[in-house]
Ligand binder design. Structure first.
Ligand SMILES: C[S@@+](CC[C@H](N)C(=O)[O-])C[C@H]1O[C@@H](n2cnc3c(N)ncnc32)[C@H](O)[C@@H]1O
Length: 275
């Protein structure tokens, strides 16, 4: 469950599997539904031609690079990415160096809940699939708002793991797996919480886009590490070996025959700070 667990994402460097983590982030980014939701964040973020843009929890820097290619190149335009992981910040720097970008980009190692920028530094601030892993997501949002200039834009995208749906022959067993997977996340239901978090934080021009992202059998197997989860659940006595084998066989047969559907809601929420 490494690619899903908050314990992985809150300290990527400790895992010593940064290259696998990077491959996973690239794989997720290549999935059309996730790409569409990223596009939505860019559309809302760049609506009024910001010059100073921040991506919090920027991972490999791929979104920072994408944003830099879309910014109108004025002398002062800049995109900044921050991430807690030094390994990911190094990866982001080398990707940006190789990208020949029209505006400067900068990366820093920093914690989302304690950003090292003065108040009102940025015109637009985003984060994508980070808040679900923070101990205090409200503090993360508060920091994003603090570093955004009056009237600037805050855009957050995150998944709601509580809405995961997988068509299967044994729904009661699926519910148990679902519950087990949710316990690996610090805030599995963050997606649905975002609109009220924005409201409570005093943001205006609230916009919410929710789409169900299709998850292929191959992707969900990789993301959740299904066989690893089944083994852990069998060892924990949640499943008998017989139940686990029958469930895995059903999933495998659906996945390989194409009789497969799984999806998860992805939220994108936009707000503006007080002018
Ligand atoms: C699921 S990845 C998403 C990365 C990137 N936003 C993307 O869309 O590819 C979560 C990212 O949040 C970073 N992260 C986790 N906790 C953090 C924190 N407290 N402060 C800053 N970054 C954090 C991780 O290092 C990782 O890069």
């Amino acid at each position: 469950m490494e690619h899903l667990a908050s314990s992985t994402w809150s300290d990527v460097d400790r895992t010593q599997h940064s290259s696998q983590i990077i491959d996973y982030l690239d794989l997720l980014r290549s999935q059309p539904p996730f790409q569409r939701m990223k596009e939505r964040t860019f559309e809302w973020l760049l609506e009024t031609d910001p010059e100073q843009v921040l991506d919090v929890g920027c991972g490999t820097g791929a979104d920072v690079i994408d944003l830099a290619k879309r910014l109108k190149g004025s002398d002062t335009a800049q995109v900044v990415g921050v991430d807690r992981s030094q390994d990911l910040v190094s990866e982001a720097r080398s990707r940006a160096d190789a990208a020949d970008l029209p505006v400067p980009v900068e990366f820093q190692t920093a914690d989302a809940t304690s950003l090292d920028f003065p108040d009102a530094t940025f015109d637009a601030v985003r984060t994508d699939r980070v808040l679900q892993h923070l101990d205090h997501p409200d503090q993360g949002l508060h920091e994003m708002i603090r570093v955004t200039r009056p009237g600037g834009r805050v855009v957050i995208s995150d998944v709601d793991h509580g809405g995961l749906m997988v068509d299967c022959t044994r729904p009661m067993l699926m519910q148990r797996i679902h519950h087990f997977v949710e316990t690996a996340l610090t805030h599995p239901w963050i997606g649905r919480r975002l609109p009220v978090m924005f409201q409570d934080a005093g943001l205006s021009d609230l916009r919410v886009d929710v789409q169900v992202a299709y998850l292929s059998f191959e992707f969900i197997t990789h993301m959740v590490g299904l066989s690893e989860v089944m083994t852990a659940m069998t060892e924990a006595g949640v499943f008998t070996k017989h139940e686990a084998d029958a469930f895995a066989e059903d999933m495998e047969s659906r996945g390989t025959s194409g009789r497969w559907y799984a999806g998860i809601p992805v939220f994108v929420v936009h707000g503006r700070t007080a002018a």
